[in-house]
Ligand binder design. Structure first.
Ligand SMILES: Cc1cc2nc3c(=O)[nH]c(=O)nc-3n(C[C@H](O)[C@H](O)[C@H](O)COP(=O)(O)O)c2cc1C
Length: 193
């Protein structure tokens, strides 16, 4: 039977009007159109406390962190749009990854990250589009055994970049983001078939 790639898409922002949520949804839709089974998750819907070793020791991994881990485990690929905060990764994204990296009893280390294939993108009102933050996100994910694909796109002037339908006004930029999603689906098919 033909393999259908399973891709989880999310942004490292909980903000309702998040540009990164809009961006990752474009790539997610293109991956879906290419035949992938895509799940979009809004981290706002699964709020996690700040990682605290005492909280983990006393109460275990919070339910929403377990939900996020389970979603990662259930998918082969991830599309992540990562806001840049102070030239680095957003706290929301780092915190979610930190919780997901904590093993459940009997679970292999980094079970929900090892061997996953990720594609990164970012959007920012700034001139560099969050490009510097992607350096940090790439480094972090690589160190927890995620295969991060080389192609990535940072969309600058994000406050002016989207139309009312959530598409990028610049057609070339829209096509580039779509190809990120499509390429992830295609590479997963090649790797897993
Ligand atoms: C604490 C903080 C730090 C930020 N640092 C940067 C930065 O270093 N570079 C940048 O381009 N934008 C920076 N921004 C602006 C964000 O890119 C902007 O708020 C963006 O809209 C966040 O992503 P979102 O729209 O997906 O929520 C920062 C914003 C905050 C709140």
């Amino acid at each position: 039977m033909a393999y259908t790639p399973k891709i989880l898409a999310f942004a490292g922002s909980t903000r309702k009007g998040s540009f990164n949520k809009k961006l990752v949804k474009i790539a997610a839709e293109a991956a879906r159109a290419a035949g992938a089974d895509v799940t979009y998750v809004d981290l706002r819907d699964i709020p996690m406390p700040l990682y605290d070793g005492d909280l983990e020791a006393e109460q275990g991994i919070p339910e929403n962190a377990k939900k996020f881990k389970a979603l990662l485990l259930d998918h082969d690929g991830v599309l992540i749009s990562a806001p840049e905060y102070n030239s680095s990764i957003s706290g929301v994204l780092k915190n979610a990854i930190d919780w997901a990296s904590r093993p459940l009893p009997g679970e292999a280390p980094l079970a929900c990250f090892a061997g996953k294939v990720a594609v990164l993108m970012s959007a920012s009102p700034g001139a560099l589009g969050g490009l510097r933050g992607l350096v940090a996100v790439r480094s972090l994910l690589s160190s927890i055994r995620v295969i991060v694909l080389p192609d990535q796109i940072a969309v600058p002037k994000a406050h002016e970049a989207f139309d009312t339908d959530g598409k990028l006004k610049d057609h070339k930029q829209q096509a580039s983001i779509e190809s990120l999603g499509r390429d992830l689906a295609g590479i997963l098919v090649k790797i897993k078939s």
